[in-house]
Design a protein around this ligand. Structure first.
Ligand SMILES: Nc1ncnc2c1ncn2[C@@H]1O[C@H](COP(=O)(O)OP(=O)(O)OP(=O)(O)O)[C@@H](O)[C@H]1O
Ligand SMILES: [Mg+2]
Length: 370
């Protein structure tokens, strides 16, 4: 990103009748440099200028991918706002040209940082998110189909269009196939106990087909503005997939993934391992808000947590089987040594769950005053 890009973006905004009074840089993710703008509009806005280089590599310009990404954010924001008033930016627009790509959206405030958040505040934020996710997953998505979302030329659709039941059976079969790959490998873990647990779980899971919903695959704290009165969600990575599976993903992310990845280049600056208890309270609050005393849902979220652990173990196992780790994976997951030790952590977590089948997700954590 150069100052030239910023200047050009400001010019383009002028063409769109957005006059800037004041602009300052407020953040940076892997893909965008982010600026806050005071304008002649009612609300403050955010300008996100796309970087030309991400994860150390120049990005090839693919218009269709950019339209897909930004149109899906727009749809996600709209659907989330229908469920919880202004939880996401109410304004969102984008500009795509080979030489410059940017988005403009409502500024959602600064929010608290993890170190300044108390455990009970972490719980309330999680609860609010759990309630919103449940609400959002209960409505039918405007986009048809299943899987990754793609721009067909004039609308968004799911990558695959088949009967929902086919996806459901394939999803369940996939877990059994990766269990088989791990069990027949030379990895050391209690394959009988883990195997029995997964077989039982999948047998029950098949009978209760989940609903296809618009879900978010990027729920990390960087994409959540931790405001107590008004928690906000930004920068989603939407997909059409099963509802409880992704409720389980949120829990898995906050209870397992974030601390487990805090040794990588991508995540080390956040030091998530130092805040694992707080992250865990966000997950407890999330479950509380999502299940609303429905014990059945609690058990089903625990099952999804276990299945995400299995998927994570398998992903690590596959990367270890490759000759080389590519540069993006190196930054996001670490070198082979780190990947091996995280794989062992996943297997341990699976074994622990097979012992008491309640893992770190004990129900006593789910109350506000724990
Ligand atoms: N609408 C907004 N309101 C307030 N702050 C924002 C907004 N959008 C972005 N930010 C700030 O800028 C940071 C980076 O923004 P964003 O997540 O959009 O970048 P990115 O490069 O797309 O991220 P990623 O690395 O997750 O793909 C956020 O963590 C947040 O602090
Ligand atoms: Mg982000």
């Amino acid at each position: 990103m150069t100052n030239e890009d910023l200047k050009k973006a400001i010019e383009k905004l002028k063409d769109r009748k957005i006059e800037i009074e004041y602009i300052s840089k407020i953040g940076e993710g892997a893909w965008h440099n982010v600026y806050k703008m005071k304008c002649h509009t009612e609300e403050d806005l955010v300008l996100r200028i796309r970087k030309k280089k991400a994860y150390g590599q120049f990005q090839v310009f693919k218009e269709i991918d950019l339209i897909t990404e930004y149109e899906s954010s727009k749809v996600y924001y709209k659907q989330a706002n229908q469920c919880s008033f202004n939880i996401c930016p109410s304004f969102f627009d984008y500009y795509i040209d080979e030489s410059l790509v940017f988005t403009v959206e409502s500024y959602m405030g600064e929010g608290k940082t993890l170190p300044t958040l108390s455990h009970s505040q972490a719980f309330s934020i999680g609860k609010k998110l759990g309630e919103t996710f449940k609400f959002m997953q209960d409505i039918n998505p405007d986009i048809k189909g299943f899987g990754d979302i793609i721009w067909s030329g004039n609308q968004l659709e799911g990558e695959v269009q088949q009967a929902a039941n086919d996806f459901w059976q394939a999803d369940n079969d996939y877990y059994l196939s990766i269990l088989n790959s791990l069990s027949t490998s030379d990895l050391t873990f209690n394959r009988d106990k883990v195997g029995d647990m997964i077989f039982n779980l999948i047998e029950n899971r098949r009978k209760k087909q989940q609903k296809i919903a618009l879900v978010n695959q990027d729920v990390t704290p960087e994409n959540i503005i931790l405001n107590l009165d008004k928690v906000s969600l930004i920068d989603p990575f939407p997909k059409l997939d099963f509802d409880l599976k992704y409720a389980g993903y949120f829990v898995f992310c906050y209870k397992f993934l974030l601390p487990a990845y805090s040794n990588t280049t991508r995540y080390q600056k956040h030091a998530y391992d130092q805040y694992s208890k707080k992250l865990s309270r966000i997950a407890d609050g999330f479950i509380n808000g999502y299940i609303l005393n429905n014990e059945n849902l609690y058990k089903r979220i625990v099952d999804e947590y276990i299945l995400w652990t299995l998927l994570e173990a398998y992903e690590h196992f596959e990367i270890l089987n490759e000759n080389e780790v590519d540069s993006k994976t190196l930054q996001q997951m670490g070198d082979k040594k780190m990947i091996k030790s995280r794989l062992l952590l996943c297997l341990k977590e699976l074994e622990n769950n097979s012992l008491d089948y309640g893992c770190s997700l004990t129900k006593t954590n789910l109350s506000e005053n724990h």
